[in-house]
Design a protein around this ligand. Structure first.
Ligand code: WTA
Length: 639
């Protein structure tokens, strides 16, 4: 076993020249470049080959033949040097609730104990474990406990509905669910276990449910299936050796929406994901040993996986985990927490920035924010107004902004400036990270060589945390990401490259809608709406919204005459909430008698988008429509 590694030995890029040199090397000699990064970790067995790949199958393997356990690198490796350092700094929903400072030693112990609880309940290496929990420390502990024993975690965001949980449990054939009794959210408490119970009515394959007590609310416990974590912990000790994992063993599945069908399970594996999460965390944020780092995402999304849990813990950082919401008890909560804990690196989403900006500066002014060094953005394009507000009022024109572009499928940040090291430009994610080779393509798949152009964003060489497959359906992975343009990973985003080569992400070019940084497929929402009893057919599109970035506009055909449109709308919203969750509710619903379809039956969403955006004068050619008269009706009925 290799000795504990000092963080300072890691290759950190401190100047633009460092970045240029690292980038050049990563393209000329990707294997040598990534092997040098990987050397810094604890491996149980060194790899035989750095990389095998082909994008046609696709088949990508990093650090082939190597063995490791990511939790050993997140926890054990730090114990000698950082045992007493805070690993997770937990701030509750209620500002009066005591903060928890969980040290590396304590986190290691809690993870080992929880891992032993998993084993005691029958969980084995390779088993899928669904985690549905609010932002409490046990969520991070549960994720790491799975990784400790080689079980595959599939975290489901705790805002999703029972049906969404059931879909994900069934798709991954998960026999175990980790959850809590309830959750605290702003001024309210919410159910958690009850939602899991509802979901599991259609998941007979689930053998055990392990429940953490959070709210103390009474919950039903199903005999033989459900156990309390606190009871189970009485039966285990703190000794749990880290399971040796092959580099390419699955670490986790995370479901995300695409343009077709149900959400798919994006699969990430152990070795490459570890190396990339760590490298990007240190370099993008220019992390230093005494930083207090806070990412406001939820662990239910990829940002929480890579940049609340794995990246920061791999680097031996203090990662703040926040249970609450930005507006409780008031819209100054983020800024209060930053001052309280002297946060130096702050990473949030444009939606949050825009909504807090709309609340006015009175909520910001009471706070000094003098501890901040770096501020970041993720999840959707950040418009210039929000960028400048963030820069001036939160960063006090002192902090570099990193606008980080990436995806669930990419595992880690692919395009971003490095804080204070490479330059920044409002609304530009800017520069590809070392190891990332982006290209812009024309619609027929030709690489555009020039700068100062727009195109389809694709990547032509694998980076260590690229998606490996979609769980249980490799063909879907191939079709979605690797078949549109042969030899490339296609992102689904459009981008602009400026004269110097910086990238600006324009947004999705497929049927994916990004609402407040949350991805939904149009088909997914349409299917949900169609489950409503009156609905015959529907079509949804995204349209711009000042705070949420995009919102959902639904066109709905009903089979009955709607006398009470408000009632019908309420029923549709309730159905979407039941099928997906409240975050997927359309902002607007328009009842129509028909949809603009081509003769081959394809809905012309372009027209629906234009109507939603109120650009009625520029609908383009409608002559190929089966029935062009529906367009007039749709225009007239715009809501
Ligand atoms: C969008 C979130 C512009 C993009 C990490 C991408 C962004 C999708 C940015 C992935 C950014 C993410 N600027 N757009 N900085 N970051 N996106 O899988 O459309 O939830 O394809 O991953 O969000 O969303 P996902």
């Amino acid at each position: 076993m290799t000795a504990v590694t000092n963080t300072s030995a890691f290759h950190r890029l401190r100047t633009n020249a460092d970045y240029q040199a690292a980038y050049a090397r990563s393209v000329q000699d990707p294997e040598g470049f990534w092997a040098a990064q990987a050397e810094e970790f604890t491996w149980k067995k060194k790899w035989d080959r750095v990389l095998d790949w082909n994008f046609d199958a696709p088949d990508v393997k990093w650090f082939v033949g190597g063995q490791l356990n990511i939790t050993e690198n997140c926890l054990d490796r730090h114990l000698a040097m950082r045992g007493d350092k805070t690993a997770i700094l937990w701030e509750g929903n209620d500002p009066n609730e005591a903060t928890q400072h969980i040290t590396y030693t304590q986190l290691h112990e809690r993870v080992c104990r929880y891992a032993n609880v998993l084993k005691r309940n029958g969980v084995k290496k390779g088993d899928r474990v669904c985690i549905y929990m609010p932002m409490i420390p046990e969520l991070a502990v549960a994720v790491l406990a799975c990784a400790r024993i080689g079980a595959i975690h599939s975290v489901v965001f705790a805002g999703f509905s029972a049906q969404s949980i059931a879909d994900r449990v069934q798709d991954a054939d998960a026999a175990y669910v980790l959850t809590s009794d309830g959750m605290m959210r702003g001024a309210k408490k919410g159910p958690v276990k009850a939602i899991v119970d509802e979901a599991l009515k259609s998941c007979p394959g689930v053998k055990k449910v392990i429940v953490t007590k959070r709210t103390g609310d009474a919950v039903a416990m199903s005999d033989g299936r459900d156990v309390w974590l606190h009871d189970e912990l009485k039966h285990v000790d703190a000794d749990c050796p880290a399971e040796p994992m092959d580099s390419e063993n699955v670490l986790f599945i995370l479901y995300t929406s695409g343009s077709t069908g149900k959400p798919k399970g994006v699969v990430h594996t152990c070795g490459g994901y570890m190396v990339y999460a760590d490298y990007t965390f240190r370099n993008v944020f220019q992390y230093e040993e005494n930083d207090v780092y806070w990412c406001t995402a939820d662990v239910g999304w990829v940002t929480g996986h890579s940049y609340i849990i794995y990246g920061p813990l791999l680097a031996g950082a203090t990662s703040l985990m926040f249970e609450g919401i930005p507006t409780y008890p008031d819209a100054g909560r983020f800024w209060q927490v930053i001052d309280k804990h002297k946060v130096s690196i702050f990473y949030t989403a444009p939606t949050a920035i825009r909504s807090l900006m709309a609340q006015g500066l009175d909520f910001v002014k009471p706070y000094a924010l003098s501890s901040l060094k770096v501020i970041g953005s993720v999840g959707e394009p950040i418009n210039e107004e929000a960028w400048h507000w963030y820069k001036e009022h939160i960063g006090h024109n002192r902090c570099p902004i990193v606008d980080t572009w990436w995806q669930t499928e990419t595992g880690g940040i692919l395009i971003s400036s490095l804080a204070g090291v490479t330059d920044e430009k409002p609304s530009y994610a800017a520069w590809p990270l070392p190891g990332v080779q982006p290209v812009l393509l024309t619609p027929d798949g030709k690489e555009i060589a020039e700068n100062d152009v727009e195109g389809l964003l694709a990547i032509k060489f694998p980076w260590p945390s690229i998606i490996r497959t979609t769980y249980g359906d490799h063909e879907r992975c191939r079709q979605t990401y690797f078949s549109s343009y042969k030899g490339y990973y296609f992102t689904g985003d459009g981008a602009r490259r400026d004269a110097e080569g910086r990238y600006r992400i324009i947004g999705r070019v497929d049927d994916v809608i990004n609402v407040s940084g949350h991805r939904f497929g149009t088909a997914e929402i349409e299917n949900a709406i169609n489950e409503s009893e009156w609905v015959v057919e529907s079509a949804v599109v995204g349209y711009p919204h000042d705070i949420k970035g995009q919102v959902i506009y639904a066109y709905v055909i009903t089979d009955k005459r709607i006398d009470d449109a408000d009632k019908a709308r309420a029923e549709i919203l309730a159905t979407v909430t039941k099928v997906i969750g409240p975050i997927a509710k359309p902002d607007k619903i328009q009842f129509v008698s028909g949809l603009p379809k081509t003769r081959s039956g394809k809905i012309m969403r372009r027209i629906l988008r234009k109507v939603a955006e109120n650009e009625l004068g520029s609908l383009g050619d409608t002559s190929t429509l089966l029935d062009p008269t529906v367009v007039d009706e749709i225009k007239a009925g715009r809501v």
